[in-house]
Design a protein around this ligand. Structure first.
Ligand code: AMP
Length: 436
């Protein structure tokens, strides 16, 4: 064990079965596929189309797109240099999607581009439950949209995905950050309020006081939260138009029947956010409570080189966090699908006879499996049971001589002798699903 290779801490293999350790659970590929299909279905209902961008991006895109001073850029990027080019393994997908939108002139298609993604992201964080170095995000970006309905729809889309999966225990928190000017004014006011209290702040917060004071509002420390009680709040600084937009977002969410909490300290650390900011938290997640976060990022396109302003709004959600929440809520996820037919063969002649036959069954749509190790009849039957095959076909020399096979229907336990010539037809009738 000790001299064999292991996956890098903070990364994991996703296997056909669930892996549970005392520290963590990794859902099976079947569960992942089911969750991904659910996401795709809900996206489709909202007219949102998938975009796939590279894992590798130019470092400058990420550094400018998510702000030089964010933790992600300063400490958490997997970045490297080759020749004279700087590469980064994408830590998030919003900046790459906006890059693709600009690069391919998607604005020319007219209207709002409703895009979604599902895929891996990389951050060099200290691994812990719910926080990994390679993790997976799904999310959506509505690009070219300034209508408050887009903000509301983005939030409702995430909520619909969680509900469709059976998750009900989560909270939506909402705030508005106004425009760049209101953020600057707020930033100054917050600094003025916090500077006299600097001595009571943690070292990290003291550093942030000058570089990115809004991040201090995210603090988890009770003592710091206490200090923030009298702090100025963002909403008092936002301009009239942003206040109107915020009112509209709340109006649409209310009309949709969604309960949400207004959180004046919800800021999201990234500089390109304007107006709407939101987070979806799950109380069952423990230390890493955030399932998804998002908001409006009208300034991102300009940050990464667009001459035109491109209003946009979106969310990003963690897949692993979602699995943790589903597990805590006791929601059962699908396991491997069962085979339609398990073929038990005895001896080489039967094995050779069955081989092309099984191919025909597979082409007809029957999931057909067999034992590749030439084990005993008993071992093959045990395997058929373990895999919960819907029926078993038994073929040996005696059956071949008689031109028959034994067919056992596993739901009823009924076993019949069937003429080999009729076998394919019988299996198709009994086990190929009829199109609806
Ligand atoms: P962010 O881009 O930081 O707003 O992250 C969006 C979502 O991705 C979070 O709400 C989490 O659900 C998830 N997430 C972010 N970082 C990690 C990580 N290191 N490991 C697992 N999930 C993460």
């Amino acid at each position: 064990m000790s001299d064999s290779f292991q996956s890098i801490p903070g990364t994991f293999d996703i296997l056909p079965h669930t892996q549970s350790t005392s520290a963590d659970t990794v859902a099976s590929t079947h569960a992942w596929q089911y969750v991904e299909e659910t996401i795709r279905r809900v996206m489709h209902r909202h007219g949102v189309h998938e975009i796939r961008t590279p894992i590798l991006e130019p470092t400058a895109l990420i550094a400018r797109g998510i702000g030089q001073l964010t933790d992600i850029v300063s400490k958490e990027m997997f970045a490297f240099e080759r020749g004279s080019t700087q590469y980064v393994l994408r830590p998030e997908v919003t900046a790459p999607v906006m890059r693709a939108y600009l690069q391919h002139h998607l604005a020319q298609l007219g209207g709002v581009q409703r895009l979604y993604y599902i895929g891996p992201c990389f951050r060099a964080e200290r691994p812990q439950k719910g926080r990994y170095r390679q993790f997976h995000q799904f999310g959506t970006e509505y690009i070219g949209a300034d209508d408050a309905r887009a903000d509301a729809e983005t939030i409702l889309l995430a909520v619909d995905i969680y509900r469709e999966l059976g998750l009900t225990d989560f909270t939506v928190r909402l705030n508005s950050l106004g425009t760049a000017a209101s953020r600057t004014a707020y930033r100054t006011a917050l600094q003025a309020y916090l500077r006299p209290l600097a001595g009571q702040l943690s070292e990290t917060s003291r550093e942030r006081l000058e570089s990115n004071p809004l991040r201090i509002l995210d603090t988890k420390s009770e003592a710091e939260r206490g200090l923030l009680e009298g702090a100025p709040i963002m909403l008092d600084f936002i301009d009239e138009e942003s206040a109107g937009h915020y009112g509209d977002v709340k109006k649409h969410l209310t009309a949709a029947g969604l309960a949400f909490e207004e959180d004046p300290f919800l800021v999201r650390g990234l500089d390109y956010y304007t107006r709407t900011a939101f987070e979806i938290d799950s109380p069952v997640l423990g230390a890493q409570t955030t399932l998804a976060g998002g908001g409006r990022y009208d300034l991102l396109a300009g940050e990464i080189g667009s001459k035109q302003d491109v209003p946009a709004v979106g969310f990003a959600a963690g897949m692993e966090r979602l699995f943790l929440a589903l597990e805590s809520a006791g929601i059962e996820l699908p396991k491997a699908g069962v085979p339609d037919v398990f073929v038990v063969t005895l001896g080489e002649r039967a094995g050779d006879y069955a081989f092309p036959l099984m191919r025909a069954w597979r082409r007809a749509g029957l999931s057909t499996v067999y034992d590749l190790k030439g084990r005993s009849m008993k071992a093959q039957m045990r395997e058929a049971n373990r895999q919960e095959a819907r029926c078993v076909v038994i073929l040996g020399d005696a059956e071949l001589d008689a031109g028959t096979a034994q067919l056992k229907h596993m739901d009823t336990g009924e076993q019949q002798s069937v003429a080999l010539d009729d076998l394919t037809g019988i299996l198709k009738t009994a086990y190929v699903p009829t199109p609806e």
